[in-house]
Design a protein around this ligand. Sequence first.
Ligand SMILES: [Zn+2]
Length: 78
Amino acid sequence: MSLRIECPHCGRRPVEEFSYGEIPTVPDSVTGEDARDLDRAFMLDNPEGPSTERWFHTFGCRRWLTVTRDTRTDEVLS
Ligand SMILES: [Zn+2]
C-alpha cells in the first residue's frame, strides 16, 4: 500500500495527489549566487526519522498542509 496523507479538508488520500513543496534553505556559509542556486537544487537534507514537511494537495483541495512523517517507515505521524 502506498503512503497516504491525512488532509484536514479531504480526509485520508494517496500521496500521488500531493506535491512536496518544501523550499530548501541554503546555509549562510555558501556565498555567491551560482553556488547558492546549486546548493538549493542538489544539496537537499535527507533526515532519518520524524521530519516536518509541507505538502500541497494538488489534486484535491489545493491547500498546503504540514505533515510529520517518519522517513524510516513512511508512517505519517501527524
Ligand atoms: Zn485536501
